[in-house]
Ligand binder design. Structure first.
Ligand code: GLC
Ligand code: CA
Length: 563
């Protein structure tokens, strides 16, 4: 039986940067309510909001201090209820972020856990993961292992009062929870049920594949295999699914990288107890240069490996075909802006490449997740000072780059290309002060291109990126493309992204030049029977032409043949 979450369109709101209604420079829950009409006009039916919980904001709310309280930055529980009511009155759904791997170090559980004189120390110590120090030959205290945190630096932080290290695979203000502890799991379940009872429609499960650790703590560097994707985390997720997610018919999107085919179905197969769909990142980093050791890994900007990108889409569609459910998305709050990453963010091809990226993605099957600002082609930040950045990860990694021998300029460029802050600058609503986001200087600087790239301007321009998104998302629903099965042409072609897919009424051919250089290609023979339906050029084109301009994309269609 078809589920509502299969044919919905999701929009991810990064709460802090979406819309500020009380002019303190920080986006808020009332800001989401104020923009529900806008979202609805875009064709959005489900809104996923980033963590709205009370937090010291070391990692913008992924560090939770109180799971049952709304952050004062974002409003109150009344505002949250208003949001649910306002969304539900429009037949829209609200999905919240659920962070289960860690808490803030200011969470009362950890405050008790780290302090032997706290009356509840005994109970809460085991809610977290501790290890006694090691000592070298000279009797100097050493880290228990060389494991490296996802934000750079060691995963261990020494806590003098207990003479032990605690584990944190993200920042040191985010101690990892001990999922082997049943009392801890029961406490988290009470919290989850509380939000379900309030009326949320589902969850996005944060960092879900990290819940289990290798408790023999073998030494290794970076050691990811000892704290990521260990088989037992599935048991914990399935327990939540059986007891809470399934009985309440919630929409569950789980974040987990690096899953094999079998494991993906374990997460999000139709018969899985864990999630309804998986958020994986294989397509997000197909342009890393492995030879760069100065700003290495995801920070190393290289050329786009288009075959890899296409194979990745084809792979995930195939994994879930008939067996589970797929998500499609370009980017989120952890990646650069897609138009800067895979398209072109300079004036010449900004609009054209943003539309090309939309054409190639939004005819694919599964549940789409549009990231705020993507629909107007928001770009990476243009910051020139380190102090303009906000993300906790930026500062550790900047130090690492300098230690690796990078100059300040090289390090800054890596941040402007790759840091998570690229995707977190304030939404560009109009050309007024602070891009119409707030009347107060925002918590992080607005991108200087807001006078050109903004919602208002694109609402008045029939050829804008925003208009393309409205059109495509509406079409997607009408044609029920969520349930389609594409056939890709020439997955190994380094420049041409093309496929055929059939919706409820039409068959479509999507043909796109993914790169900045012109391209000549052979058009499929069947093209004779199609007519050109959409294209992204600023001028007319010959629909039989085998020449493609930079980033040119076309969609042809014909009536679906009767069965
Ligand atoms: C996830 C989130 C990321 C966060 C991390 C720790 O990967 O998407 O933003 O920093 O988990 O909670
Ligand atoms: Ca505010």
């Amino acid at each position: 039986m078809e589920k509502w979450w299969q044919n919905t369109i999701v929009y991810q709101v990064y709460l802090r940067s979406f819309f500020d209604t009380n002019n303190d420079g920080i986006g808020d829950l009332q800001g989401v309510i104020a923009k529900l009409d806008y979202l609805q006009s875009l064709g959005i039916e489900t809104v996923w909001i980033s963590p709205h919980y009370d937090s010291p904001m070391d990692d913008n709310g992924y560090d939770i201090r109180n799971f049952l309280k709304v952050s004062e930055d974002y409003g109150t529980i009344e505002d949250f209820r208003d949001l649910l009511d306002a969304a539900h009155a429009r037949d829209m759904k609200i999905i919240i972020d659920l962070v289960l791997n860690h808490t803030s170090d200011e969470h009362p559980w950890f405050v008790a856990a780290r302090d032997p004189s706290h009356p509840e120390h005994e109970k809460y110590r085991d809610y977290y993961i501790w290890h006694p120090p090691k000592y070298d030959a000279l009797g100097q205290r050493k880290l228990p292992t060389q494991w490296v945190s996802w934000f750079g630096g060691p995963v261990w932080e020494y806590n003098p009062p207990t003479d032990a290290y605690y584990l944190h695979i993200f920042s040191k203000k985010m101690p990892d929870l001990n999922w082997r502890n049943k009392a801890m799991r029961e406490d988290l379940k009470r919290i989850i049920r509380w939000w379900v009872d309030l009326g949320v429609d589902g969850f996005r499960i944060d960092a879900s594949n990290h819940l289990e650790k290798n408790w023999s703590f073998p030494d290794a560097r970076p050691g990811y295999e000892h704290f990521s994707s260990l088989p037992k985390h599935h048991t914990y997720l399935a327990e939540l699914g059986r007891e809470i997610f399934k009985p309440n018919d919630l929409m569950i999107m789980g974040e987990a990288g690096g899953a094999s085919r079998a494991e993906a179905l374990q997460y999000a197969g139709f018969d899985s107890d864990e999630f309804n769909m998986l958020i994986q990142f294989e397509h997000c980093w197909v342009d890393c240069d492995p030879t760069n050791h100065v700003t290495p890994g995801k920070w190393a900007k290289g050329t786009i490996d288009l075959p890899r990108l296409k194979h990745s889409f084809a792979h995930w569609i195939d994994v879930f075909k008939g067996k589970g459910w797929n998500t499609i998305y370009w980017a989120n709050h952890d990646q650069p802006r897609v138009v800067s990453h895979y398209g072109c963010d300079t004036h010449d091809y900004h609009t054209r490449s943003a539309k090309m990226l939309a054409y190639v993605l939004y005819f694919l099957p599964g549940t789409p997740i549009v990231y705020y600002g993507e629909e107007i082609g928001m770009t990476n930040v243009d910051y020139t000072k380190l102090s303009d950045f906000r993300d906790v990860e930026v500062f550790t990694e900047y130090e690492n780059f300098i230690a690796n021998g990078a100059s300040h300029d090289v390090a800054m460029q890596a941040l402007r290309d790759r840091s998570r802050d690229n995707a977190r600058s304030p939404m560009q609503w109009n050309r007024m002060l602070h891009a119409g986001f707030s009347e107060h200087p925002p918590w992080m600087p607005v991108n200087n291109n807001y006078e050109v790239i903004n919602v208002r301007r694109q609402e008045q321009d029939g050829d804008s990126i925003l208009m393309t998104y409205r059109h495509l998302l509406t079409l997607r629903k009408e044609e029920r493309l969520a349930f389609s099965t594409p056939e890709f042409f020439d997955l190994d072609h380094p420049q041409f992204f093309s496929y055929r897919t059939t919706g409820a009424q039409h068959t479509f051919l999507i043909l796109a030049n993914f790169k900045a250089s012109p391209m000549t290609c052979r058009l499929p023979d069947e093209l004779q029977t199609y007519t050109l339906y959409l294209h992204n050029l600023e001028h007319d084109l010959d629909e039989k032409s085998e020449q493609f301009e930079p980033y040119e994309a076309r969609v042809y269609r014909r009536l679906k043949s009767p069965r």
